[in-house]
Design a protein around this ligand. Structure first.
Ligand code: PLP
Length: 363
């Protein structure tokens, strides 16, 4: 049985009529930049998360960059984050010539370990950027408390966790700024690149809105050096349709992820642990296996695609070697990186497909 890793095809087929209609509507309107689709999307993103402001932008990476620009990160500033994430998290810090300062992860959740953060705070620390990895929020209350004590800002990299809840509140609305991605494979994916930035502070909201459009306030009046970080109206049209179905998709994700964990209980793999005060969107359903290469080969041969998120922690990446970290600095990230393996996952994964994946693992 050949199983898709993320079933975007079935998703499109399911919403096809609505999506085609909205996208064609944008084409006939010729309103490609800004306009009513963007406004509608931003309103529904804000309503969904409970954040006062939501700004759609060009990608999750740009969302992180804009968030750092909005809090005025300067060369030499330090931003504390996790090494067990996608490069974009630290890349945006480094692009601004600030310094990513890594803190190891918690072995249960794979998110930054709040207990290790305070030891890394210096007078140059300006922000903490936790990642809500695989769709489960980091321990945001603990992180916010540390930040408050030291008067620094928390930016949630929620690129994998849009839709997730932490203590009854939505991811993206758990700290000063939240950033998400609409890359096609993320929980809320568009049909190209996209992202959004969330906050509830008026001044910060104004600044973010301006920065993503060349630092403009009024047209051709530029208050800041910004970027072209706008989102496309065609992509907004896709998301405006998907938002109508998103709540249901989140429920399916939770059901399917939990079903994987239940079925794999007696297999010799480590399943994801979701803390009792939050849920997971299972942006990736990632298990840990001792002999990953062998397991991946057997699964791939049987028609089950797998992936590794992420094989090399950021402190061991060549692009960040100038930071001076070495092997052994973050033992949990390194260990998890050698064992982690993602299985096919999407709200459209059938029980038949899932049973096949599980039975192949057990065999
Ligand atoms: C996907 C992702 C990003 C970047 O988002 P893009 O939309 O691809 O730019 C950043 N951080 C994390 C944790 C991600 O998973």
């Amino acid at each position: 049985m050949q199983i898709p890793f993320i079933d975007l095809k079935t998703q499109y087929e399911t919403y096809k009529e609505e999506i085609n209609k909205e996208v064609l509507g944008v084409l006939s309107s010729t309103q490609f930049i800004m306009g009513p689709q963007i406004t509608k999307l931003e309103e529904s993103l804000a309503r969904f998360t409970g954040a006062k402001y939501a700004y759609a932008c060009s990608s999750g990476t740009d969302a992180l960059l804009l968030a750092l620009m909005a809090i005025d990160i300067q060369p030499g500033d330090e931003v504390i984050t996790t090494p067990f994430t996608f490069i974009a998290t630290a890349e945006t810090i480094a692009l601004l010539k600030a310094k990513p300062v890594f803190v190891d992860i918690d072995e249960m959740t794979y998110n930054i370990d709040p207990k290790l953060i305070e030891a890394k705070i210096t007078p140059r620390t300006k922000a903490i950027m936790p990642v809500s990895l695989y769709g489960q929020c980091a321990d945001m209350d603990a992180i916010n408390a540390i930040a408050e004590k030291h008067n620094i800002i928390v930016i949630e990299d929620a690129c994998q966790s849009f839709g997730a809840e932490y203590k009854g509140k939505k991811s993206c609305n758990l700290s000063t700024i939240g950033c998400t991605s609409f890359f096609p494979s993320k929980p809320l994916g568009c049909y190209g690149d996209g992202g959004a930035i969330f906050c509830s502070d008026d001044a910060l909201g104004d600044k973010i809105k301006s920065l993503l459009n060349h630092g403009q306030g009024k047209r051709y009046e530029h208050k800041y050096i910004g970027i072209n970080g706008r989102f496309d109206a065609i992509q907004a049209a896709v998301l405006n349709v998907k938002m109508n179905h998103f709540e249901a998709e989140c429920q399916k994700r939770i059901e399917i992820g939990n079903r994987y964990s239940k079925l794999l209980e007696d297999a010799s793999v480590i399943t994801p642990k979701v803390m009792s005060d939050r849920n997971s969107m299972y942006a990736q359903y990632s298990i840990r296996v001792k002999d990953r290469e062998m397991m991946a080969k057997k699964l791939n041969d049987a028609g089950v695609p797998t992936a590794v998120h992420y094989p090399i922690p950021l402190h061991l990446q060549e692009a960040l070697s100038y930071l001076g970290y070495k092997k052994g600095d973050f033992p949990i990230s390194e260990k998890v990186g050698t064992e982690i393996m993602s299985l096919p996952m999407s709200p459209f994964l059938t029980t038949e497909q899932q049973d096949f994946v599980v039975n192949t693992i057990k065999a």
